[in-house]
Design a protein around this ligand. Structure first.
Ligand code: CA2
Length: 145
């Protein structure tokens, strides 16, 4: 069991973070964010496992794994799959591990197609719009669960 483990799952195109569109997503890379999460997690007596995939099924498998491994929580930035994936919605519903939806930007202030979140409809809660800080705020929420 890994009850101190927080899975931090990132979806499509988030491997490009820090290289393009800094006005929307900031200039931190995913590795930068992972480093900050590791530092804060360690201070909280937690561990983070930060992963990224461009493939929907990998994210589904990792949600199942988080449950099987007894993780404390999952922070999930599903990228554009947020707005399309009933498979992710079902996977979140299928596990008991709490899932916190995370976004760098605030999808509600953007295009209409980003206003629907299949992830958010299944998640415990959502933190969005604070750039890289969204992940750290979500970690604080996970720690308090
Ligand atoms: O704001 C977020 O965190 C999003 O999940 C980011 C997704 C977007 O589809 C969601 O609506 C909101 C897009 C991630 C793309 O990441 C890029 C990073 C750098 C350059 C280009 C794309």
């Amino acid at each position: 069991m890994a009850e101190n483990m927080i899975y931090v799952l990132n979806g499509p195109n988030l491997n490009l973070l820090g290289t393009r569109e800094p006005a929307i997503y900031g200039s931190d890379t995913l590795d930068d964010i992972a480093g900050r999460l590791e530092d804060r997690a360690s201070a909280l007596g937690l561990e983070v496992d930060v992963r990224q995939s461009n493939h929907e099924g990998h994210l589904v498998d990792w949600l199942h794994e988080a449950q099987a491994e007894g993780a404390k929580a999952v922070l999930l930035n599903a990228g554009a799959y947020t707005h399309t994936s009933i498979a992710l919605h079902d996977a979140i519903k299928a596990i008991r591990t709490p899932v916190i939806e995370v976004h760098l930007s605030n999808p509600h202030t953007r295009e209409e197609f980003r206003h629907l979140s299949y992830v958010g409809q299944a998640a415990k809660g959502t933190i969005a719009g604070f750039g890289a800080l969204s992940y750290l705020l979500a970690l604080e929420a996970a720690a308090a669960l």
